[in-house]
Design a binder for this molecule. Structure first.
Ligand code: ZN
Length: 233
């Protein structure tokens, strides 16, 4: 019973985070109210959940009739699936709550980086602090290990800045290390490099990108971190 319930919680949380994903990169005043990106009326589509709007075929704004972005329901479904997987992995426990909050922060960062090429500090810095505080509270003996892994992630990506890696990615790599711990941070960063490299090669081969194109790296870091969270927090 926990798995579907927790999955539904993931969908609902994503519906709350969707407006933040719209506003954070634009530094707009933060609000949890879902508005239509075309006419600004709210609630967009007349449905609080984009997944429900999709199911009943009302994925259009009630005021202006524009089709609402697919990201809204995609994000809800992905976070719901992720929460269900975490509930299956951890069962009802404090680790489930911690892992789910990390997953939500990571998913939000992946969306803003894919759409606007921004890793928002307003999400990342509280998440880093949350990671340190929960390690301190739940397994204080692990803290030096996690801090070392955070430093490793930060250091490796700082060195990669010569490859035009952004500061957002450097800070995100630190967060990934804090979640993964040492030495698993290396496995996470290897997954990141492989996934990012494959995607970049595919884009170059299909000529959808050229060598100087910016390729968002954060989603691959998020992928590595989510695997770490799913295997063990
Ligand atoms: Zn509208």
């Amino acid at each position: 019973m926990l798995i579907p319930l927790w999955g539904a919680l993931g969908v609902t949380l994503a519906a709350v985070l969707n407006p933040l994903a719209d506003r954070l990169p634009k530094h707009a005043s933060l609000s949890l109210q879902s508005v239509c990106p075309y006419c600004g009326s709210s609630p967009a589509g007349g449905q609080p959940l984009a997944t429900v709007a999709l199911l009943v075929g009302r994925l259009r704004c009630r005021t202006c009739g524009s089709r609402l972005p697919a990201r809204r329901w995609l994000f809800e479904l992905c976070l719901g699936l992720l929460f269900a997987l975490l509930a299956w992995r951890y069962g009802w426990s404090i680790q489930l709550v911690v892992a789910s909050l990390h997953a939500a922060a990571l998913a939000l960062i992946a969306v803003t980086d894919l759409e606007e090429r921004i890793v928002p500090d307003a999400v990342l810095l509280p998440a880093v602090l949350f990671s340190i505080l929960t390690t301190l509270a739940l397994s204080p003996s692990q803290l030096p290990n996690r801090l070392l892994a955070g430093a490793v992630g930060f250091g490796i990506f700082l060195a990669l800045r010569v490859l035009k890696m952004g500061w957002g990615d450097v800070k995100l790599a630190c967060y990934v290390g804090l979640i993964a711990g040492y030495p698993r941070v290396f496995a996470c960063l290897t997954i990141t490099a492989l996934a990012g490299g494959l995607a970049a090669a595919a884009l170059l081969l299909t000529r959808r990108a050229h060598r100087r194109s910016y390729i968002p790296y954060a989603p691959y870091l998020v992928l590595g971190a989510l695997l770490a969270v799913l295997v063990r927090i």
